[in-house]
Write a protein that binds this ligand. Structure first.
Ligand code: DI6
Ligand code: FE
Length: 402
């Protein structure tokens, strides 16, 4: 695209105007200058200033904000297809985790992989996201679990944003699992490895946020609090894998620390919802993990709605519980499995996803926003959630560039 362009299309879901479903605008125009959106509205209202700008007419298509995946583990070594097979032969996810499989098998594969190999492997997934109009991806560490391998994962995550037109937000997830060399000594791991590694990663500028896995098979709220204390001291925002397989009060802990989000939250109760609402903590729903693990406990969507907790949908792309690299399929799953409306699903991968990542210049179409846009071969935004396994992306603009 040239430096200045006016985009035209029959429909635009701005996700910016709370009063109109989808912030929908028909016969729309968007003026883009460089990487920035400078004017948005009906074509007929386009000011004279833009009259001589080049026009790109997308005809009957729909324009939305570029999509945002706010929770992924796209950097990892190997894969766990054989565990998938074990589960189909009767083993449970927790059993596999307790017998040294699960996350720990990915830790071994990630530790032994070179930075180049991890990057090449992650890019296969990142390219699938980009092909569906994704412009921002959150990427977690958490499969290294020693200083060297955690830093390696985060460096790979940063490199993704240098070799592909996509914005990467990194998250330190040192408290993801207890590594084998610390088996039965989770407190020692937190003190001797996890928090010093967080400091080292922060010193290298590798950390945008701090996460943990608060669960019976991972860390207690007290252990997570130790990590969050360091995050707070370093001025880093927090988020938490909470209430995925049981209710340990993780969401309340996250809210107490003013975390940006509590993620998974299938087992979240009313007290947890209230504390999230009060703290402004978003709910990141991960239907890919629910689907893969064949969970039956659905997150408390009605309560979240009632208390206006912003809902986000993300892939949780990881080799174990959610080998999913389609945000469009995630939207469909969010609607079909969790009963979100298609409008909530689109908000969950645009405006609400941006909020959960603490970024405000993307996720909506409005003047002053970055020109991260997706142009779709659909006429109604509900089509994005409705179809299963179909990619109607026509074009993606990342900061105004194709
Ligand atoms: N919850 C999950 O669903 C993933 N991590 C987490 O904390 C699972 C990661 C894996 O099984 O590799
Ligand atoms: Fe996760």
């Amino acid at each position: 695209m040239t430096n200045k362009t006016v985009l035209l299309s029959a429909a635009m879901a701005t996700m910016a105007d709370g009063d109109t479903p989808y912030g929908m605008c028909r016969d729309a125009a968007i003026a883009v200058k460089g990487a920035e959106i400078v004017w948005v509205g009906k074509h007929q209202d386009l000011p004279y200033d833009f009259a001589d700008w080049p026009v790109e007419d997308f005809g009957d298509r729909l324009i939305t904000p570029g999509l945002i995946d706010a929770h992924t583990h796209v950097v990892f070594g190997g894969n766990r297809a054989t565990e998938f097979e074990m589960r189909l032969n009767g083993a449970s996810y927790e059993e596999i985790a307790r017998t040294g499989g699960g996350i720990l098998s990915t830790v071994n594969a990630t530790r032994s992989a070179s930075e180049e190999a991890l990057l090449a492997d992650a890019l296969t997934r990142v390219d699938a996201f980009i092909a569906e109009g994704v412009c921002t991806i959150e990427v977690k560490s958490g499969y290294g679990l020693d200083t060297e391998a955690e830093l390696k994962m985060l460096r790979v995550a940063r490199r993704i944003g240098k070799v592909r037109p996509v914005r990467i937000k990194t998250t330190f997830l040192g408290a993801h699992a207890v590594p084998p060399e610390y088996a039965g000594r989770a407190d020692d791991y937190i003190r001797e490895v996890c928090t010093p590694t967080l400091r080292a990663a922060h010193d290298e500028g590798l950390v945008d946020a701090v996460d943990g896995f608060c669960e019976g098979i991972a860390f207690t709220p007290a252990q997570i609090a130790q990590v969050f204390d360091v995050a707070q001291e370093l001025g880093l925002p927090m988020k938490l894998h909470a209430e995925q397989l049981s209710n340990l009060g993780g969401a309340q802990l996250a809210a107490y620390y003013g975390a940006m989000s509590a993620d998974h939250i299938e087992y979240l109760d009313a007290a947890g919802v209230l504390s999230m609402a009060k703290a402004g903590t978003s709910a990141v729903l991960l239907p890919g993990a629910f689907y893969t693990l064949r969970e039956t406990q659905v997150p408390p969507v009605d309560l979240l709605r009632q208390h206006q907790v912003p809902m986000v949908l993300a892939t949780d792309c990881n080799p174990g519980s959610s080998p999913l690299s389609s945000l469009l399929l995630t939207m469909n799953m969010g609607c079909t499995l969790f009963r979100l409306t298609p409008e909530e699903a689109l908000a969950g991968v645009t405006c609400n996803a941006a909020r959960a990542l603490g970024i405000s210049d993307v996720g909506t179409i409005a003047p002053g926003q970055r020109a991260d846009l997706a142009i779709w071969d659909v006429s109604h935004p509900a089509e994005l959630s409705y179809r299963v396994g179909f990619n109607p992306l026509h074009k993606r603009l990342f900061g105004g560039d194709e």
